[in-house]
Design a protein around this ligand. Structure first.
Ligand code: NAP
Ligand code: HSE
Length: 438
């Protein structure tokens, strides 16, 4: 049986999982791939660290260059995390003609354009299924299974850590830091969980999905990103009472109608989703991605979005494809640019519905002043709730559900509202998604 040599850079949560499952399912994989996938070397920071899964100590190294120099390594798997060293490793692997597999979404979001240009130039494929939505095969789906479609929209819950935290806060009443500690213990969070919390891990994945769907590399500076770090239990509760669940949602749309000014809209933020919508029921570490195509219509993909085993499943699917790629020419080396779209829509023009909560003085005329400002900014109010309870400072909570307005309109109105003497900053402003039903 032919053997294919693999060099793994990184034996942490994901790398160890890949090693473990390659060993566990060796016979099945060998039959399906038609060759045996053999790990020849692994790169780690500390060769003396005790490990539950990994090659014998003699095959460990701290130098990624050893993977490039080893003629027995055909495929380089980058699972270290970080930017500079993985970039140097992947570039060196491409230049050496070694097929690349990576799960590093931060690296692809920031350097995808140059990595894929280099890969196409050298005709060396780069696979990255594990970069987005853990075990859900969403990369292959968008790039291959939905090739017949113009993608109309993608809605994704694509950060397992933040979905886990929101679920535990909502359903079990945990505080934020306890829920985060649980997610870290399960291996869901990034080495630096800031990216999970501030929305940027989901944003990196949204960039990858949008770039695949629309054929131009979306720049990090062109998207709107807000994390769950400023979300309060009060707003989760009010949203629940109004019939919504709050999810960190990636929204990607290409509605080129004149009202929207053309271009592709890419944003990630906490979002109120109607409880009746299927995405509202996606809990814990689970991810879900809803893709609408002009030919296929609506599709939905669901699965574990982080953690050792689902991510290893995605990496090994890439390894199987990489093994086949070693045999010859390919149509695609990871990402195929095309010229249909090409721009991101500026944030100011992006329109959505809103949830707005204000702490206000409880006296006559306050609601009228707020409503007046919204009115002259042409923002309609669809409902208002003012519970009879007050906050610790004796202020009333005013919760307004607002009709569709642009980001610019909403910001202008909010600035004016916060200048009213009767309103106590900060306000809580969240977007509402109705999935095309607006
Ligand atoms: P991790 O648990 O922190 O493991 C990182 C591994 O890389 C460790 O084995 C570490 O060595 C090694 N490493 C890090 N920097 C190194 C360097 N400069 N030189 C040599 N070795 C180095 O990370 P992870 O959670 O497995 O994530 C790995 C990658 O997969 C990241 O890009 C992440 O974004 C991505 N990813 C993670 C998940 C997930 O659920 N965790 C899911 C999808 C994608 P030591 O063991 O000696 O410390
Ligand atoms: N930290 C990431 C998450 C890992 O929680 O979704 C999977 O990419």
């Amino acid at each position: 049986m032919r053997q294919i040599g693999i060099g793994i850079a990184g034996l942490g949560t994901v790398g160890a999982g890949v090693y473990k499952h390659l060993a566990q399912n060796r016979a099945l994989l060998t039959e399906r791939v038609g060759a045996e996938l053999v790990v020849r070397r692994a790169v780690v920071r500390d060769v003396n660290k005790p490990r539950v899964a990994g090659p014998p100590p003699g095959e460990l190294t701290t130098r990624w260059q050893d993977l490039i120099d080893d003629p027995a390594v055909d495929i380089v798997v980058e699972l270290m995390g970080g930017i500079d060293e993985p970039l140097a490793l992947i570039n060196a692997a491409i230049d050496a003609g070694k097929v690349v597999v990576t799960g590093n979404k931060a690296l692809l979001a920031e350097h995808g354009r140059e990595i894929f240009a280099r890969a196409a130039g050298k005709k060396v494929p780069v696979f990255f299924e594990a970069s987005t939505a853990g075990g859900i095969p969403i990369i292959k789906t968008i790039r291959e299974a939905l090739i017949a479609n113009h993608i109309v929209s993608i809605h994704g819950i694509i950060n397992g850590t933040s979905n886990y935290i929101l679920t535990r806060m909502t359903d079990a009443g945990l505080d934020f830091s306890t829920a985060l500690a649980e997610a870290q213990a399960q291996g869901y969070a990034e080495a630096d969980p800031t990216l999970d919390i501030n929305g940027w891990d989901a944003a990196h994945k949204a960039i990858i999905l949008a770039s695949l769907a629309y054929g131009f590399w979306v720049e990090t500076g062109n998207i709107f990103v807000e994390g769950i770090d400023k979300l309060t239990a009060t707003d989760i509760r009010f949203a629940g009472e109004l019939g919504y669940r709050v999810k960190l949602l990636a929204i990607i749309k290409a509605d080129a109608g004149p009202e929207n000014g053309g271009g592709v809209e890419v944003r990630v933020h906490p979002t109120l989703i109607p409880k009746t919508h299927v995405l509202a029921s996606v809990s814990g570490v689970f991810n879900a991605v809803r893709v609408c195509g002009d030919v296929v219509g609506e599709t939905l993909f669901y699965g574990r979005g982080a953690g050792q085993d689902p991510t290893a499943s995605a990496v090994i699917s890439d390894l199987a494809e990489a093994a086949v790629a070693l045999n010859g020419e390919r149509r695609c080396y990871g990402f195929t640019p095309h010229g249909l779209y090409g721009t991101c829509r500026p944030l100011e023009g992006i329109r959505s519905r809103y949830y707005l909560r204000l702490a206000v003085d409880d006296r006559p005329g306050v609601l009228a002043q707020v409503a007046g400002i919204l009115g002259h900014n042409e923002i309609g109010i669809s409902s208002v709730v003012q519970p009879e309870t007050h906050d610790e400072a004796g202020r009333a909570q005013l919760v307004l559900m607002l009709d569709r307005a642009s980001h610019r309109q909403m910001q202008t109105a909010l600035d004016e509202i916060l200048r009213l003497g009767c309103v106590m900053p900060p306000a809580a402003l969240l977007r509402v998604e109705s999935f095309g039903a607006e």
